[in-house]
Design a binder for this molecule. Structure first.
Ligand SMILES: [Mg+2]
Length: 212
């Protein structure tokens, strides 16, 4: 099950990795008329439900997790959300409901990059301390470096039978591209490169093209 909005880039890449999409499909990303939409829609590959307005995805995941448990299915529901979604009331209602139902088959991964569309989280509505709050809601909580793959593996492997799992992945939005850091604290939600900057950024990432 995939319910995707802004994270479709990761979803498409994962679908390519498991052979459900040819890697050539990435070349159509964001093109007019393409199903490889920047914000996942009903026709986007692998997307079964959309999650915009934002803040609805944990609720969708809860419904799926309860249904899975009711029919005796194994497996987990994985939900990837942004820290900006913690500024929306529905997310907190959902966190409360998931703990109430003891959904041990649900994992939420939070991309805690400290930014939302209008700027730094702390300048809009500060949601810290996230770990303490979510733990108080009854979840099993881990806080990790979101750029460290072994840490991600370990945090996702750990589950609790009787409570949902919440992994706070601390990230920086300019990871791997130092030139973007100079723009902070202006929002990096939408990034337009000036002439030559895109090529330099790809070089920083050790790529020659987006689909390399
Ligand atoms: Mg964010």
């Amino acid at each position: 099950m995939l319910s995707a909005a802004h994270y479709t880039t990761a979803v498409y890449a994962a679908l390519c990795e498991v052979g459900r999409l040819p890697s050539s499909a990435l070349e159509q990303f964001g093109e007019d008329g393409s199903r490889m939409e920047m914000i996942g829609g009903e026709l986007s590959p692998g997307v079964e439900s959309t999650s915009g307005s934002l803040g609805q995805t944990v609720s969708v995941g809860i419904g799926r997790a309860i249904a899975r448990r009711a029919r005796g299915s194994t497996g987990r529901i994985w939900v990837l959300i942004s820290d900006g979604e913690l500024q929306e009331g529905q997310t907190w209602e959902a966190l409360q409901v998931a703990a109430h139902h003891g959904l041990g088959n649900l994992t939420v991964i939070l991309d805690a990059n400290g930014l939302q569309v209008d700027g730094p989280m702390s300048a809009i509505v500060d949601v810290e301390p996230i770990a303490e709050k979510v733990r108080a809601f009854g979840w099993s909580v881990a806080e990790i470096d979101g750029h460290d793959l072994p840490s991600i593996d370990r945090a996702l492997a750990e589950t609790a039978q009787d409570r949902p799992r919440f992994v706070i992945a601390r990230t920086t939005p300019w990871q791997g591209i130092p030139s973007l850091q100079a723009r902070y604290p202006n929002s990096l939600h939408f990034i337009r490169f000036r002439e030559g900057e895109a090529a330099a950024a790809l070089e920083d990432l050790h790529l020659t093209s987006i689909v390399a």
